[in-house]
Design a protein around this ligand. Structure first.
Ligand SMILES: O=C(O)CCC(=O)C(=O)O
Ligand SMILES: [Fe+2]
Length: 313
């Protein structure tokens, strides 16, 4: 049996300030386009995020999450701060068994950092702008493979205050555990997500009803399309369903960067994928903050276009 895997794209030609081989770039853009319409997922190598930093960040996560709960709770979110920045452990009775630290851009005063290990705070702060940089590159590639100008999504989505980074930890499943879920199946509501996972594995993407495991590789970042791109592109690119399965006997650490749109942003299928090509919009428009709130409460899909005349279209 051939094991399916998601496509891997080399980003080295995009790292140059003044160019990079145009033909190689064009091929990479085509590959990303195929991956986004077939899988909603791909992997990138030569992404420019220093591998030493990623490795150190995973080590520090392991040290932090190994502390007693009491120590970890010292980094609890400030009550009322959006959206629970700092350390959170999923409530025991929930299906998903994970704990995490969330942070906004290092400039944000809402962030709550762990005091220990002492180096952790600086490493978390250092990681964020690297993810942001790679997100801008991938965003431009996605604009191009949607047939839009390279800066289209960047101009549409120019407020960076809703980007979120998560350091995630999954406790090991035990033999005979009837729940091995780390994160149950879901789609990401944001624009584009980036995941760096340790060598334990467990991230899986659903394609045509089958779960494809994403094999960890220390040089690789996983990229997936979120609901915002699915809606803007009127389903040209799909936000793929994925999940995390907890491996037996091994704890797992990962980092996720959720490249987002601002809460005040109005999101609806772009005319390029509707009027211009004679396709009806598949979604009605929404302010992103309303959708983000809805997704916090439940795991609904983007609001489908209602067929009644009373709807927006
Ligand atoms: O931990 C991972 O590998 C993926 C996390 C994820 O899918 C999410 O937080 O939305
Ligand atoms: Fe996700």
């Amino acid at each position: 049996m051939v094991t399916q895997s998601i496509p891997t794209v080399d980003l080295s030609p995009f790292g140059h300030e003044n160019g990079g081989d145009e033909a190689v770039k064009k091929r990479a853009i085509e590959e990303v386009g195929r991956a986004c319409s077939e899988y909603g997922f791909f992997q990138v190598v030569n992404h420019g995020v220093p591998l030493g930093l990623l490795a150190r960040a995973l080590e520090l996560s392991q040290l932090f999450f190994d502390y007693p709960l009491e120590e970890k709770l010292k980094a609890s979110p400030i009550p009322g701060a959006p959206p629970s920045l700092g350390y959170t452990k999923q409530i025991e009775h929930l299906t998903d068994n994970n704990e995490y630290i969330l942070m906004f851009t290092p400039e944000s005063s809402f962030n709550v950092y762990p005091e220990n290990p002492p180096e952790y705070r600086e490493v978390l702060r250092e990681m964020f702008p690297h993810f942001k940089k790679i997100a801008l590159i991938v965003e431009s590639i996605i604009s191009q493979c949607l047939g839009l100008p390279p800066n289209f999504l960047r101009d549409y989505n120019n407020i960076r205050t809703w980007d979120v980074m998560a350091a995630l930890h999954y406790t090991p499943a035990t033999d005979g555990d009837d729940n091995v879920s780390g994160q149950s199946e879901h789609k990401d509501s944001n624009c584009i997500s980036f995941v760096y996972q340790d060598d334990v594995g467990g991230l899986e993407v659903n394609k045509d009803g089958k779960w494809i495991p994403i094999t960890p590789n220390e040089g690789t970042l996983v990229v997936n399309i979120g609901d915002v791109i699915q809606v803007l592109s009127n389903d040209k690119f799909k936000s793929a369903t994925h999940r995390v399965v907890r491996p037996i006997g091994k704890s797992r650490n990962s980092y996720a960067f959720f490249y987002n749109v601002d809460g005040e942003k109005w999101v609806e299928p772009l005319p390029q994928f509707t009027e211009a090509v004679g396709e009806p919009p598949k979604y009605r428009g929404f302010f992103y903050k309303e959708y983000a709130l809805l997704r916090l409460k439940n795991r609904e899909e983007p609001p489908a276009r209602k067929l009644s005349y009373a709807s927006k279209f």
